[in-house]
Design a protein around this ligand. Structure first.
Ligand SMILES: C[S@@+](CC[C@H](N)C(=O)[O-])C[C@H]1O[C@@H](n2cnc3c(N)ncnc32)[C@H](O)[C@@H]1O
Length: 275
């Protein structure tokens, strides 16, 4: 199975979270009938297609962007061929200045689900998002903090064997992962960029999954390409890392689980309307 297929298979929780945030947004934001929408860090496109499209008016046009070409190709093949309202493009929200310049004040609504925790240059990303929003437009996102995924990456990055492959994982980690008050830091950053913050909450989450799924759950979330044979070994060895970090649990029947914890930071912000 490709990384994109694995992700779709193992990301039902992400779909539920996005659904909840869209419902909450609909209580505050009025969708325009023909709204232009951007989904940043769309991954393989399942959240864009299964959650964002059904929540918006029928005439909405949605662009999903992701910096990994393989997931964008998968998303286009699987979700965009028979759905003229969606298209997916390979774009890095931090460094693709051309995309940002071509889409200045283009979008009524921007979403980003579980992407921004991978963005080291968060301020630049938020400035780009602000630039692409229409005045009065909304930006809703979820990102994680205190995520076990990063403890596993950090544990493996210290192992000699894995250092050459994943030591750069910190380049894909935003500055607030271990901050004691990430909500306040992100609120300040949003205000500095010019957003009005309508809602910002933190929701601790705990997911207990069969241990057999644990390593693939981790590997399909790695936000950069690992070569095929390395990926297979990574899957096997991340299981050892999960056990060393005691993120596993064996119940009274001898069944092993992966206890995965993170805190979801959910936010709705708007770009002030023109006076
Ligand atoms: C965990 S996946 C989330 C996918 C989907 N939004 C969901 O909720 O299931 C995070 C995605 O963000 C993408 N990503 C990370 N940094 C990015 C950046 N700077 N620009 C665009 N996409 C980025 C990764 O490539 C990855 O596909």
């Amino acid at each position: 199975m490709s990384k994109a297929e694995l992700y779709v298979e193992l990301s039902k929780i992400n779909e539920k979270d996005a659904e909840r945030v869209l419902k909450k947004c609909a209580e505050i934001v009025e969708w325009r009938e023909d709204c232009a929408v951007l989904d940043i860090g769309c991954g393989p496109g399942n959240v864009t297609h299964n959650v964002i499209v059904p929540a918006l008016p029928k005439a909405a046009l949605i662009v999903g962007i992701d910096k990994q070409l393989a997931v964008v190709d998968y998303a286009n093949a699987k979700y965009a061929t028979n759905e003229p309202r969606i298209k997916f493009e390979a774009v890095d929200v931090v460094s693709d200045g051309g995309f940002v310049a071509n889409h200045r004040e283009d979008f009524h609504h921007i979403f980003s689900f579980y992407c921004l925790q991978f963005v080291r240059e968060l301020e630049l990303a938020l400035r780009n998002i602000y630039t692409m929003l229409k005045p009065g437009g909304s930006f809703a996102f979820i990102c994680s903090v205190h995520n076990d995924f990063f403890s596993i990456m950090s544990h493996m990055a210290k192992m000699e064997k894995w250092t050459p492959h994943i030591s750069q994982y910190e380049n894909y980690l935003y500055p607030y992962e271990s901050s004691p008050h990430p909500d306040e830091e992100i609120r300040s950053l949003l205000l500095k960029v010019g957003f009005q913050v309508m809602d910002l909450t933190m929701d601790p989450q705990h997911c207990k999954m069969p241990f057999a799924d644990a390593s693939e759950f981790v590997v399909c979330r790695v936000p950069f390409e690992l070569p095929g044979e390395i990926q297979r070994e990574f899957v096997l060895e991340s299981a050892d890392a999960i056990r060393s970090l005691k993120l596993n649990e064996v119940d009274e029947n001898g069944t092993e689980f992966f206890n995965y914890k993170l805190t979801a930071l959910e936010c709705l912000a708007v770009k002030p309307p023109l006076l």
